[in-house]
Design a protein around this ligand. Sequence first.
Ligand code: DP6
Length: 391
Amino acid sequence: MNVTSVGEATGDLGQAAQLGARSYGTDADIDIDTDSAVVSRTSATSALGSATASANANIALIKYWGKADERLIIPRASSLSLTLDGLTTRTSVEFLADGGPGDTGDSDVSASNNATDTSAIADSLTIDGKPQAGKSLARVSRFLDIVRERSGIDAPARVVSSNTVPFGAGLASSASAFAALAAAASRAVGLDLQPRDLSRLARRGSGSACRSVFGGLVKWNAGHDDATSYAEPVDDSKLDLAIVVVLISGEKKPISSREAMRRTIATSPLYDAWIDSCASDLSEALRAVAGGDVRRLGEVTEANSFGMHAAMMASRPAVMYWLPETVEALRAVASIRESGLGAWATMDAGPNVKVLADGRDATKVADELRSRLPGCGVEVHRPGSGVRFER
Ligand code: DP6
């Protein structure tokens, strides 16, 4: 497999170096091929191409919850996350034949879009071997419309995606999915995006996806418009971090994060207070990162997540992702910490608990969690790479 990282792929070594002070998941034995997947664009009908890219999920330490602009996906506050290894989406995008409205191409999936607010072009989408229709296809098609509009290519696409992330379980699957899709689709049409611009594009698919463009610790600057809202890597060389995932349920969540955010903003009396706290939480977290202080980072991580869930629960009706096992897991984390190990909990839009751990303690933390929570899956994830391209 030939793979390039996003910075390498753009040929911009300056930006590649900025992907992080450390190299995550580097491919010393992998050929760097900077232009094999780039297709030159000559006209709207003949310039078709394909590309494959992979991206890893990220877990936010300082959360994104709520949009200032729904269409552009500009968040209410900046956030900070860790991109993880082993929670990966790999996506191939192929633009097909002389596309136009109603052209289904030679796709293996009948892809007429029935949902409202859909693209005029019939794309096909296969996820983990299953052809998709309805909302997920419509969402991907709307995202591809942005790529089509920018490139001038008016053709349907065949999108084939595979995951090692359980879908809709609050394990940030949309982040890896839209980061990989943005990378593969933009490359397939010959848009040679710089990492920051790729992050802006991925953001349009799912906000948290902009952070998965980069490896390791990543900050998403909220900004105020399309140009100013992007992610960038943060130097985390003074810290050894890991995330221990406690998988309580892989079921699809009862309410999508998108809808839950809207409800929290519209009805929770605690939302504004939580958003106000995010700026100081982020500064505190960045100071802890710069000083190599994992305990300080862990404490602010846990507090920020509990504040977000408090705001969700105060929504009317309540947004409640927790299950009884969630509370058990949170108590286990607190007691493991009291025993002297570095472990702090964080949660997203689902019942699963993610534990930010001092990298040196992560295996022990996972063993403790396994013995205290026999019904749950427990996995250690180390920092992972940003977007990678394949030939
Ligand atoms: C709780 O990025 O999935 O995981 O922008 O609407 O697609 P959309 O939302 P999404 O929300 C992620 C929310 C979160 C916190 C975080 O990742 O920062």
